[in-house]
Design a protein around this ligand. Structure first.
Ligand SMILES: Nc1ncnc2c1ncn2[C@@H]1O[C@H](COP(=O)(O)OP(=O)(O)OP(=O)(O)O)[C@@H](O)[C@H]1O
Ligand SMILES: [Mg+2]
Length: 420
């Protein structure tokens, strides 16, 4: 039953705009103004939290319900609240159930959405003791009043929305912080595990080197016939033992070097030496390998010059590059070793006439354990660490390594070591 004259209603509209909820925390002015146009015994206003889909009981008349109680809305109620076409919420029992007002069952009630531009942010509910009290016209009036109240409540609600967003933001940051902490902890564990692995490798490699050196030493002595002549078969086997042990030692040294590099324990000790010394020594070591494949090993050292670097490491760099060049070059090929001084650096260039490397692998071959598929990599057991170590040793000197190569057209590895 509509309990107002149009005059009263027209007066109500501007008076609703005058409501100042900052000085009326209970919202009692809302209800007292509404009372002038719609009859009700109890009134409730709920704010809707779109994040948590909760209704927060915010304003009331004089009921026993606690302000700020929250009620999780059901999917059914959500559909009804967010239904675009209905301006007015049908006073459905679902709402009454959700907000725990079931004892009002015997009363009449009307609900209206509080929304701005179809964004629902609250619900206003009025209840009357008498059954069948409200008419369609009451709903229309409440809806009109709710429309004005939306703007009155907007500022407060906006600050509420702002608070919700701030909280969500804080939670997000906190969650990210937690995730970040977990990642950091896991990283530390991985680093620790890596350290243990490196220490283990360094230890085991060291333990393996000692007996291998004995095998090498004793097979040398046997091969040299110091304790009596060996027959042909015995000499052949002793030689096999020596070759295999040398090979195994090379692999263990690589693993040991790699674990040292990874543990950042690899140090360089610089001294001044003639470059020819390093080149000659490497050529002497690899000469038997080159001879076996009838590969011409050519030294290009126009003029000898002194360098300031770690002698052993420069030798190792050269050895790795030259042994690769020999390994990946078919019989009767050629390997050139060039050393040349530059303005602020010196260069070592190892060129071969071998199988070459496809451009797409130029970056990859410097990674740990990378071996390209070829008949040469299958033939011998090796670790695939040679170039990784070489690059590290070059970089420890502050230098760089580059490669020019194409399939079936040989390879050229260029090392530049700065000199200051
Ligand atoms: N001069 C070269 N010509 C063609 N391919 C090469 C050459 N040097 C290296 N490669 C390719 O790069 C891969 C990686 O080289 P790297 O020296 O790291 O390993 P490796 O020689 O196979 O084993 P290791 O040196 O540990 O005994 C090789 O397996 C090979 O496929
Ligand atoms: Mg190699």
């Amino acid at each position: 039953m509509l309990k107002l004259t149009s005059d009263k209603f027209l007066k109500l509209i501007p008076s609703l705009f005058e409501i100042n909820l900052n000085s009326d925390k209970s919202g009692s002015t809302i209800f007292s103004k509404l009372e002038q146009v719609i009859g009700f015994d109890e009134g409730f206003i709920y704010f809707l939290n779109p994040e948590s889909l909760q209704l927060k009981y915010t304003y009331k008349t004089h009921s026993n319900y606690k302000i700020n109680d929250t009620f999780k809305i059901t999917p059914k109620l959500k559909n009804s609240i967010y239904a675009k076409d209905s301006e007015i919420l049908s006073p459905d029992s679902e709402f009454i159930k959700v907000v725990g007002l079931s004892e009002l069952k015997k009363k009449s009630y009307i609900l209206a959405k509080i929304s701005i531009k179809s964004t629902v942010f609250g619900v206003i509910l009025l209840a009357k003791k008498e059954i069948g009290y409200y008419r369609e016209a009451d709903l229309e009036v409440l809806n009109a009043a709710a429309c004005i109240l939306s703007y009155v409540l907007k500022d407060l609600e906006l600050s509420d929305v702002f608070k919700i967003q701030l909280k969500a933001l804080k939670d997000g940051i906190y969650e990210k912080h937690e995730a970040y902490k977990t990642i950091k902890e896991q990283n530390e564990k991985i680093l620790e595990a890596d350290k243990v692995k490196n220490e283990f490798l360094a230890n085991i490699s060291h333990e393996l080197r000692t007996p291998l050196n004995s095998i090498l030493g004793f097979s040398d002595i046997l091969g040299a016939n110091l304790y009596g002549d060996l027959n042909r078969k015995q000499a052949e086997y002793v030689n096999d033992i020596k070759i295999s042990a040398t090979h195994l030692l090379g692999m263990i040294n690589e693993v040991l070097d790699m674990s040292k590099i990874e543990a950042r324990a690899m140090k360089i000790v610089k001294s001044t030496f003639w470059i020819s010394r390093a080149v000659d020594e490497v050529c002497n070591i690899v000469a038997p390998l080159a001879d076996k494949k009838h590969i011409a090993l050519i030294k290009n050292l126009e003029a000898d010059f002194e360098v300031f670097a770690d002698y052993q490491k420069i030798q190792q760099i050269l050895y790795n590059l030259v042994s690769n060049a020999i390994k990946f070059t078919p019989e009767n090929g050629q390997v050139d070793i060039t050393a040349a001084p530059g303005a602020n650096c010196f260069r070592l260039v190892v060129h071969d006439t071998g199988i070459g490397i496809d451009e797409k692998y130029h970056g990859k071959i410097f990674a740990k354990f990378v071996q390209l598929d070829s008949a040469y990599t299958k033939k011998e057991s090796s670790t695939g660490l040679g170039l990784t170590i070489t690059k590290e040793l070059v970089e420890l000197h502050g230098g760089k390594i580059s490669l020019i190569s194409e399939v079936n057209n040989g390879s050229t590895f260029i090392v530049e070591i700065p000199q200051d």
